[in-house]
Design a protein around this ligand. Structure first.
Ligand code: UD1
Length: 436
């Protein structure tokens, strides 16, 4: 298995083009199941999660091709390609464990597949180990739309012989995945559906914008989503939003190493809550149109209190990265994790690098400032892995990060982007250890 070696201590200075959002791309690719016409998607990132989903969709009958746009620049990323997906026919109604064990978002095929064909057999999902992550709300919502649901040998079997029928669905939590799944299913259901207490995360709004372009009438009032189902769903062209988690991560990398990073291809309004914290602890953030310049402007960061919440609150997907940053703040910082019950797997690894962090249930107390020292580390999930990259970039000496496949799932061109800004980072292929 590959690993990544980082020699810490260099300031990160330069420009980084933010890639397309992984968490937007996945449901939007899946929405191609709603029509037999072509969906043309721009700004899809080049990530292993995307490749896994391509395999899942191909198994179901998708024809997927790429074209290259004529806009290459020196800052272009490998995602500078356009994806064409077409489900002329559905050739299988089953999504297998082999792929779904690697990526939870694949489970979202169940809603549109059921809505289009009346039957779907989908493996219970895997993905990052950050909690039990049930799918009860997905299934409750599909039942409300008229589906019969059975669970057999790790698979969910959903059936609606006479098609789905619109209904009112009240989610007990604003689950991102359940909202997206049910919006897709309701788009092909007969009549109107309303999802109450829905996720209004930017990635859900991106999915809604794409499905609207495909011809479905969807209104959002506060956290209620109203969908007028139709059988006339057509193809569309759509540009995926940029990745707010990637942008937030590189913003921290610039600040944490005392450098200066310019983020391009990104709408700063998507990160208001994390940027407010960065400003409060001592960073300057200058906002331009789809461009942000960010740098540390104090000698030592101030501590902070952070609670993860649904959008527009602080995103759980930036919690681990902020924890790495707050090890460099003078004083006591507190992070409350309110979305996932097991999302502190990075703490032990940060502690091995010299951080002082105490855990008490869903609360982490970070005592700073502590000097971070490079070490061999590994992480069990995507965002935790990148928090170790941040810690390593500002640590003294060399850090080896194992289980790189987590990073490859969610961060496009990670090494290239960091190298371009002056960081020292390299991938070590298995069995190839040499000194930097
Ligand atoms: C999505 C994101 C993930 C992000 C998370 C929260 C993708 C591919 N992943 O994950 O990066 O961290 O939103 O912003 O977009 N829950 C239930 N029952 C359900 C569904 C969820 O109890 O049926 C719980 C979960 O265990 C969790 C909470 O609801 O505690 C939020 O989960 P959810 O919003 O569904 O996250 P995902 O869609 O899995």
């Amino acid at each position: 298995m590959d690993s990544i070696r980082i020699l810490g201590g260099n300031q990160l200075r330069g420009q980084i083009k933010i890639s397309g959002s992984k968490n937007s791309s996945l449901p939007i690719m899946i929405s191609s199941l709603l029509t037999d016409q072509e969906l043309v998607l721009d700004n899809i990132p080049n990530l292993t999660d995307i490749e896994t989903l391509v395999l899942i969709l191909k198994d179901l009958g998708a024809d997927i091709n790429y074209s290259i746009p004529k806009r290459k620049s020196s800052l272009s990323t490998t995602s500078d390609r356009i994806m064409h997906i077409k489900f002329k026919n559905i050739i299988s109604n089953q999504a297998n464990y082999e792929h779904l064990s690697k990526m939870r978002a694949g489970f979202l095929v169940i809603g549109p597949l059921l809505a289009r064909t009346g039957y779907a057999k989908v493996s219970m999902p895997g993905g990052c180990a950050i909690g039990t992550r049930p799918v009860d709300m997905h299934l409750m919502g599909l039942k409300k739309l008229g589906a019969d649901i059975k669970i057999e040998k790790g698979y969910v079997i959903a059936e609606a012989k006479n098609g789905l029928v619109g209904n009112k669905i009240h989610l007990s939590k604003p689950s991102v995945g359940a909202t997206q799944n049910l919006i897709m299913a309701a788009s092909l259901a007969k009549g109107e559906s309303i999802i109450l207490n829905a996720s209004i995360e930017p990635e859900t709004m991106d999915l809604i914008a794409c499905i609207r372009k495909m011809g479905v009438d969807i209104d959002v009032h506060g956290d209620n989503v109203q969908i007028q189902g139709t059988i006339n769903i057509k193809g569309a062209s759509y540009e995926i939003m940029s990745d707010r988690i990637e942008a937030g991560t590189y913003a921290i990398a610039g600040c944490m190493t005392g450098g200066r990073i310019e983020l391009t291809n990104f709408d700063p309004h998507l990160l208001e809550s994390p940027f407010e914290i960065l400003r409060n602890i001592g960073c300057s953030i200058k906002l331009f149109n789809r461009r942000i310049v960010i740098e540390k402007v104090v000698k030592d960061f101030e501590p902070a209190k952070i609670t993860t919440e649904p959008y527009p609150g602080f995103p759980t997907d930036l919690q681990a990265q902020f924890m790495a940053l707050l090890t460099q703040a003078s004083g006591k910082s507190i992070i409350n994790e309110r979305i996932f019950e097991n999302r502190f797997m990075h703490v032990q690894e940060l502690v091995r690098m010299g951080a002082k962090i105490n855990l008490d249930g869903d609360k982490a107390t970070i005592i700073g400032k502590t000097e971070l020292i490079g070490a061999p580390v590994m992480a069990t999930d995507l965002r935790a892995s990148v928090s170790l990259v941040l810690a390593a970039l500002s640590a003294k000496g060399e850090t080896i990060i194992n289980r790189v496949y987590h990073l490859d799932r969610g961060f496009e061109d990670l090494e290239k982007k960091i190298l371009n800004c002056g960081g020292i980072i390299e991938r070590i292929q298995e069995n190839k250890y040499e000194v930097i």
